[in-house]
Ligand binder design. Structure first.
Ligand SMILES: C[S@@+](CC[C@H](N)C(=O)[O-])C[C@H]1O[C@@H](n2cnc3c(N)ncnc32)[C@H](O)[C@@H]1O
Length: 186
């Protein structure tokens, strides 16, 4: 079975083009930021946020090895996405990724939390351009993960179905990760 991380990349790649603007709202080890930066190319821009300096440093190193300098990294919570976009005068993004949970290889205490995840999603769906795509990968296995997954599900179910198409993909057990692909209709 194709890993959900790869399916998320496939869905984004189908809609993201050279010169576009994209967000990685959980930079982590930098793999999604690298992927987004490669999709948009040097004519585009990626903004990557993470609350951990360790994640920002790791992402920075990964991007440097690929000679990518069009991805801006910020040690900041995605709960402040609205303020961040106001400061940067950004009003639209073609792709947004959120890979929830904790930093692989890092502290399990520094994990995404339902309240900040909710705040980020609520503004991210507004920020998404018509024809844009957002992916959210949620993990129910760690403490608080099931509640976070439930909140994501609930929030997405309340989106206007004429404006957004939501695809949900999950593994076979109740503890399997769940991928949400949100497409904003053109
Ligand atoms: C599963 S990892 C992300 C994996 C990453 N996308 C990659 O490609 O390697 C989740 C990340 O979310 C970060 N995080 C947790 N709460 C956050 C918040 N409020 N705002 C931004 N990042 C947060 C964690 O520090 C962790 O690095």
């Amino acid at each position: 079975m194709t890993p959900l991380t790869e399916i998320a990349h496939q869905r984004i790649a189908a809609r993201l083009h050279s010169g576009d603007l994209a967000f990685d709202l959980t930079a982590g080890n930098g793999w999604d930021s690298l992927f987004l930066a490669q999709c948009v190319g040097s004519a585009g821009r990626v903004y990557a946020l993470d609350i951990q300096q360790q994640a920002i440093d790791q992402t920075s190193r990964l991007l440097a090895t690929h000679e990518i300098n069009w991805c801006e990294l910020h040690c900041r919570s995605h709960a402040e996405l609205l303020e961040f976009c106001q400061e940067k005068q950004l009003s639209t993004a073609q792709a947004i990724m959120m890979n929830l949970g904790y930093l692989p290889g890092g502290s399990h205490a520094l994990v995404t939390r339902p309240e900040s995840t909710l705040a980020a999603i609520q503004f991210a769906v507004e920020l998404l351009s018509a024809g844009g795509v957002m992916t959210i990968l949620a993990y129910p296995r760690h403490e608080g993960g099931a509640e976070e997954l439930q909140l994501v599900q609930q929030t997405l179910s309340e989106l206007n179905s004429e404006q957004f198409e939501i695809e949900t993909m999950a593994g076979s057990t109740a503890k399997s990760p769940v991928l949400f692909v949100i497409q904003k209709n053109a």
